[in-house]
Design a binder for this molecule. Sequence first.
Ligand code: DQA
Length: 144
Amino acid sequence: TAILVLNGPNLGRLGSREPEVYGSQSLADIGAGLAASVPEGVEIDLRQTDDEAELIGWIHEAVDRRLPVVLNPAAFTHYSYALRDAAAQLRTAGVPLVEVHLSNPHTRETFRHTSVISGVATGVIAGFGADSYRLAVDWILRHQ
Ligand code: DQA
């Protein structure tokens, strides 16, 4: 079984991007930590893009393959209705979607307080740094 761990814009810059907010681990580090934490036979398919269309295509793939998704939509969280409409199809298909954030957006600028994704997510985990991803994957594994 595979879990798609999808990451939106600027998350490929983790490690050097605002480390005081996002920590010092790169996305590859986070992916390696996840891969090491799951039981054998579980594949962590970690991807990142700065491109909204590509991210939407990956959500469509998850719907069609019925693969659970951990999604850090990054800034798309706050304004991409197109990504939300894609994610709504996971909900219709009964495929779990866990929205994750490294930081807790509610402690930050006002524009980060709105998520257009949360309303179609199974649940949201935010504020625990790289552990946000771990918690999301743990939940998916316990509900498969
Ligand atoms: C983020 C929070 C978003 O507001 C921001 O645009 C990001 C990262 C997080 O993981 O904390 O790029 O999703």
